[in-house]
Design a protein. Structure first.
Length: 281
């Protein structure tokens, strides 16, 4: 009987010893088998850590407009700018929830590079101007590459939900003096904001050699631009907006944005320099 108890006690002691020392020895053995060996793993995740592909064009436009509005706020006018944005859009003091940051990694995956973004810009402007003027073939746009422009990739990010972000090519003239349209350069691009994923425009400014002020129709330009984004509904809020503009002719509009909020944009024309613009902010 004592011998039987001794065997049981020995087995229990062995089990306890193994449970204490064996896991550590197994872990050490596994670590030794992995050390000094290169392991490769296929990973399809973007290096930007987050991607969000199901945003609608209205949501993308809203995120870019809010991010640009945040970028343009002056520190000395911080409170006033937030109050004005809340009044004109009915969306509250949410502008600081968005960021417009330089994207130094460059185009990734299916995103457009700078040359492709410039071509997309040319195509979109051709359609927009054609819809406004009735001229589908606008030869002046073929000279876009002659205009000294540079580009930088940015990310417009909704900070409360960073997966909601839009990569944007900001293209603008790169000379100290703005280009002036002439017979050799009838079309001069000032700036454009091009979606690096869709090629759509979220704002632009350009100068033409000839454009009579009385022929400028902000409503028609706004409609033509929004239709390229697949947006059909917008309203004129010019009379309700306290912010003035130096352009000789302009109107301010609002369209549906994100989460029952509004995207505000302005369409205008600077007489004398013949500059036309669509600006989101």
């Amino acid at each position: 009987m004592n011998k039987k108890y001794a065997v049981v006690l020995l087995l229990v002691t062995l089990v306890i010893a193994l449970s204490i020392f064996m896991p550590a020895r197994l872990a050490r053995f596994r670590d030794n088998s992995m050390m000094g060996v290169v392991h490769r793993e296929n990973n399809a995740i973007s290096p930007e850590s987050f991607q969000y592909s199901s945003l609608s064009e209205q949501e993308r436009l809203y995120i870019v407009s809010m991010a640009l509005g945040n970028r343009n706020i002056l520190q000395s006018d911080y409170a006033a700018a937030l109050r004005e944005k809340a009044i004109r859009s009915g969306r509250g003091d949410t502008v600081m929830s968005f960021a417009y940051v330089k994207n130094n990694r460059g185009a990734y995956g299916d995103e457009l590079d700078l040359n492709q973004a410039a071509e997309a810009c040319k195509t979109e402007l051709s359609e927009i101007i054609g819809a406004c003027t009735g001229v589908k073939e606008n030869r002046s746009l073929q000279d876009l590459n002659l205009n000294p422009c540079s580009g930088q990739l940015y990310s417009a990010v909704y900070m409360l939900d960073p997966q909601k972000n839009v990569p944007v090519w900001q293209i603008e003239y790169s000379t100290a003096v703005p280009p002036v349209p002439d017979d050799n350069l009838p079309f001069a691009l000032m700036e454009a904001y091009v979606d690096a994923e869709t090629g759509k425009l979220y704002g632009f400014a350009f100068r033409l050699k000839q454009l009579e002020g009385e022929n400028f129709e902000p409503n028609i330009l706004a409609k033509a631009w929004l239709e390229r984004l697949g947006v059909t509904n917008f309203e004129d809020i010019t009379d309700d907006n306290p912010i003035t503009e130096n352009a000789s002719q302009y109107k301010k509009f609002a369209t549906d944005g994100m989460d029952s909020t509004k995207t505000v944009f302005m369409v205008g024309y600077y007489e004398g320099v013949n500059e036309v613009f669509v600006r989101c902010y």
